[in-house]
Design a protein around this ligand. Sequence first.
Ligand code: AMP
Ligand code: MG
Length: 417
Amino acid sequence: MLPVKQAEEVILGLVQPLDADEDLEVVDLLTAVGRILAAPVTSQLDFPHWDNSAMDGYAVRFADVQHCNPQQPVELRIVEEIPAGYQPQCQLQAGQTARILTGAVIPMGADTVIMQEQTRREGDRVLILTAPKEVGAFVRHRAAFYQAGMPLLPAKIKLNAAEIAVLAAAQCTQLSVYRRPRVAILSTGNELVMPDQTLQPGQIVDSNQYALAAFVAQNGGVPMLLGIVADQPVALKHAIAQAIESADLVLSTGGVSVGDYDYIEQSLEELEGEIHIRAVAVKPGKPLTVASFPQPQKKSSVLYFGLPGNPVSALVTAWRFVQPALKKLSGMPESDWQPVFVKARSHQDLRSDDQRETYLWGYLHLVDGIYQFKLVSGSHSSGNLINLAQTTGLAMIPVGKTFIPAGEIVDVLKVVS
Ligand code: AMP
Ligand code: MG
């Protein structure tokens, strides 16, 4: 049984990220949210594009107004009004000013803006009541935020609202992003049926396929559902071969224990996969199996996760071990691969009864900025899928610890953000 940390290292060591040159697609900016940028972006535009006003007020020549004060205001003649989107027509001469609004172009001759609150308008004249602190006050200078030709966004970042805004402002409407990883999902078990089938005695619904499809989609992958495969070596071998051929990563559930109908390992060996992990010291999820299949025609191997069949074990191992692999595969930077653990104060006593790293599911709440962890009520059996619903975190009890008293701080794996 591999310790969790070691299993994580082995898994990440096996993942080869998508190729920045080959595994690309060009997408429209409007559909790019959540995608990973494949190449750095530069812009030929300066930001701001021109000197502009940070305030509603008056564009002035600093020299004209530098000594004024409320007792001795300076009177200037308004020669133009410059709203946003308007190209100034005049060049300011001594004693002149232009009414200017936020974001509008600073006219030639002006170097400073006086905010409206420091002025008094009198017809086509304005009194400047307070001297500006410095030349350039309230002027946003051209290229102060970004200079054309410099790196604008680096490769490998995930595109969220802020990045999409920057790309829109830079007029980058078509983007090179990594394609989404293809993840084949299959369920094994003679007892399984689809949710729309009538249950016969002894049958249960294949919930794992749905759980993993949702998990893959939430992590930016394309789920490829290969259906239910019977506990039958030939059928399994055929299904696994098909999965390896069509996907970057394969997830199966069930058939990895030591029962009489558990044929995954045998099938992986017969297909000449290299098995790297057969069991991990984790609860739930001990029988996690990980193999790789070198693909001579591609540069990378296909990674295979044989997840346990128990619905809770399947999701916990997906969150703990598959998620980092999927992130690395997607092209994300190394700093984003690791699962997110937060420190939380436990509401209840937490117990672990053996030598495996134990994950207990519950709810994470922020109270005055400090996370609190509440265990779900009901059975913490890995077969009890029902009380996993709406949980947001998994409290982790490390190997060597069997008890964390209520009120103590515990590390909690965030599973829903
Ligand atoms: P196994 O790992 O195949 O021995 O399965 C362990 C337990 O998980 C058994 O009780 C199975 O019935 C259940 N199980 C296996 N696969 C699934 C699935 N796809 N959906 C829901 N439960 C499953
Ligand atoms: Mg089974």
